[in-house]
Write a protein that binds this ligand. Structure first.
Ligand SMILES: [Zn+2]
Ligand SMILES: [Zn+2]
Length: 232
């Protein structure tokens, strides 16, 4: 996987919340009273709610996001980048979140790494069959205290109990949860499902979120070089 060379990094203190987009696995607490989300890359052992502060699992001694660590929440600036990543088969059962990022943050070309997150809205995306998902059903592996939910259409849900988008929104503390608008392409086949996979399309999708982490490595590398020169 090639590393993007044009990534610029600058640390900022925000003037106000910044809008971002990301994908995550929807979760429900074991007692079915709370909703939350599980990240797709870092922090897979944690579930966050509608408002959350990033926690570093490497060290409790620094504040997130630390320059010397990969901790913090991640998001893309552009909704399309997050939605592209959701096409990756391993993220098939994710939903799309629109968030407001606040607190300390690091800006990258494609997104942010940041301290505090408020979820503004949730979009369910598609069922595994390609239809627009209209509800959430139990599915996939959970973590201690939390079960994972899958976005499903009415046909695939069958007789299983489901949570409506509205009910899930209430469990999140009254966050808007919507089905994807697929009026234009509701029956279009998903890329990579039952057909040829377009490598030229897929590779950038696979690398998008990983590229955020690669940018961190670039930053550490340049710091190391600075330190090396300073000691010459
Ligand atoms: Zn950290
Ligand atoms: Zn379905």
């Amino acid at each position: 996987m090639s590393r993007p060379s044009s990534w610029s990094i600058a640390r900022h203190r925000p003037e106000g919340p910044l809008t971002g987009y990301k994908i995550a696995y929807p979760m429900i607490s074991a007692d079915s009273r709370r909703g939350g989300f599980n990240g797709v890359a870092l922090g897979r052992s944690q579930v966050y709610g509608a408002v959350a502060d990033a926690v570093c699992i490497q060290s409790p001694r620094h504040r997130c996001p630390s320059s010397w660590c990969d901790c913090g929440f991640y998001c893309f600036h552009a909704r399309d980048d997050a939605r592209d990543l959701a096409c990756d088969p391993q993220y098939q059962h994710c939903v799309l979140l629109e968030i407001a990022a606040s607190g300390r943050f690091v800006r990258y070309e494609l997104g942010l790494r940041y301290a505090r997150q408020t979820i503004r809205s949730v979009q369910l995306g598609r069922c595994g069959c390609g239809r627009a998902a209209t509800a959430l059903a139990d599915g996939g592996p959970g973590i201690v205290g939390w079960r994972r939910l899958h976005p499903v259409c009415g046909l695939c849900a069958g007789p299983r109990p489901v949570l409506t988008p509205e009910a899930f929104g209430v469990l999140l503390g009254h966050v808007p949860v919507q089905a994807e608008d697929t009026t234009e392409d509701g029956l279009a086949p998903l890329a990579g499902v039952g057909g040829e996979v377009d490598e030229a399309t897929l590779v950038p999708l696979l690398s998008a979120e990983v590229a955020l982490l690669q940018a961190r490595l670039d930053q550490v590398q340049s710091r190391l070089e600075q330190l090396t020169h300073r000691s010459d």
